[in-house]
Design a binder for this molecule. Structure first.
Ligand SMILES: Cc1ncc(COP(=O)(O)O)c(C=O)c1O
Length: 415
């Protein structure tokens, strides 16, 4: 052993304490199983039964063939940003301008850049206790300390809990409506309460609206609409959107972020430059074609809404508190079977050929050592007796999958 290895303090990178999302573990298990048993019913993955309009692929190919594929501005094509500013104004009632708009390779990367643009040493971010695991990965990688707030019986954020867990180090409140994984939608009165609370304490809000086209209990409401008349330097809402969901452009990787303030835009330009230089140009031309094809959104919405209604046997069985208000996912509570989400999912896949995702990956709580270093993250927490069901899939598959899931619940309850 040399001198260096003897004296060096133990060291490991934070990223090595964060596992890849448990969603990928379900994908891996399902793929493995499918090789043995083709015809598996896949209710674990958010790939919808519909696809993008043909014009999107044609424009993508044309842009590549015609050489419209050079580096462009770090924030994205001006033409696309201008169209998105109009869309945000007319559809979401958000006031923004191209200088505060960032096109990103998927909203996932936009979210990650945004978190890095808002993070500061020792800063805390408020996350829902049941959350999309990628949000937690992003939070931890950005260097935030996550603090979790409770949800009510319909999975909506509980303002009292937010008040209790927030502290002097709180900088950001993360909201996701419609939610992945719960399907909860945050209505206007609650949005107002949360906005006022954040404003009073000087927090920024990150509003992930990936499922904006799939709000079923009323029109989708963007919380940034509440501050459209405030001067930009005083605003607090950063809104994140994607082309992946409404028009099923999941593999194109195209999203966008409307940041609150000019100062945040400056930080975000640096972060974006450091990680992507610029988003892909041909994909953005495809995005322009997608904006022209937005007529397809209504059909996709109706299809998923019909699927959502096909979940009512789960409500009747007491596994869901109500039909999800939006999104592509529902969290079924299978704790009455006496099994954990992991055990239930394994049995459902192995004996009934249906794949769902165990809930414990959606409620993991990181632990920190006294020196601030993070202990390896493990699944667990309040959603451990739940499983997530994706309901954007083929209707027949969904109905059969739900029937089999209920069958397994009944069998276990009787044992
Ligand atoms: C809540 C939520 N936000 C963001 C995303 C990211 O989507 P994309 O990177 O495809 O835009 C997803 C994808 O599943 C999601 O569920």
């Amino acid at each position: 052993m040399n001198q260096m290895t003897q004296t060096a303090p133990p060291w490991f990178a934070r990223a090595s304490a964060i596992p890849s999302s448990w969603l990928y573990e379900s994908f891996r298990l399902a793929n493995e199983r499918e090789r043995e048993r083709p015809g598996l019913i896949k209710l674990h993955v958010g790939e919808p039964a519909f696809g993008p309009p043909d014009s999107v692929a044609k424009e993508f190919a044309a842009a590549a063939v015609e050489g419209r594929a050079r580096y462009i501005d770090v924030q994205g094509l001006m033409e696309l940003r201008e169209r998105l500013v109009d869309k945000l104004d007319t559809v979401n009632h958000i006031d923004t301008e191209p200088s505060r708009l960032f096109v990103s390779p998927g909203s996932c990367q936009g979210l990650s850049s945004l978190m890095r643009s808002l993070a500061d040493s020792g800063a805390e971010i408020l996350l829902p206790e049941i959350h999309w695991p990628v949000h937690l990965q992003q939070v931890l990688l950005a260097g935030f300390r996550p603090v979790f707030y409770k949800l009510d019986e319909h999975f909506a954020p509980d303002p009292e809990s937010i008040r209790q867990v927030a502290g002097p180090a709180t900088r950001v409140l993360l909201l996701n409506t419609p939610s992945n994984p719960t399907g909860a939608v945050i209505g206007l009165p609650l949005q107002r309460t949360l906005y006022e609370m954040a404003d009073e304490h000087g927090w920024q809000i990150i509003s992930d609206e990936a499922y904006e086209d799939f709000a079923f209990s009323g029109p989708h409401l963007s919380i940034a609409a509440l501050e459209r008349d405030r001067p930009a330097p005083e605003r607090i809402v950063n809104s994140v959107f994607t082309f992946s969901k409404g028009l099923a452009m999941t593999g194109y990787r195209l999203g966008y972020v409307a940041v609150s303030r000019p100062g945040t835009a400056t930080a975000m330009r640096t972060v974006q430059e450091s990680c992507i230089i610029a988003p892909s140009a041909p994909v953005q031309y495809a995005g322009l074609a997608a904006l022209d094809a937005s007529g397809a959104l209504a059909g996709n919405h109706d299809f998923v809404r019909g699927n959502r209604d096909a979940l009512s046997p789960l409500v009747d069985e007491g596994l869901l508190p109500a039909l999800p208000g939006g999104g592509w996912y529902a969290m079924a509570d299978i704790s009455s079977t006496g099994l954990t989400g992991e055990e239930f999912s394994a049995e459902l896949m192995l004996h009934h050929d249906v794949v769902v995702v165990p809930g414990s990956g959606f409620s993991a709580r990181p632990e920190f050592a006294p020196d601030g270093s993070m202990r390896p993250l493990k699944p667990g927490g309040v959603a451990s007796g739940m499983v997530r069901i994706a309901f954007c899939v083929d209707r027949g598959q969904l109905t059969t999958g739900v029937e089999r899931l209920i069958g397994l619940v009944r069998e276990k309850r009787e044992q």
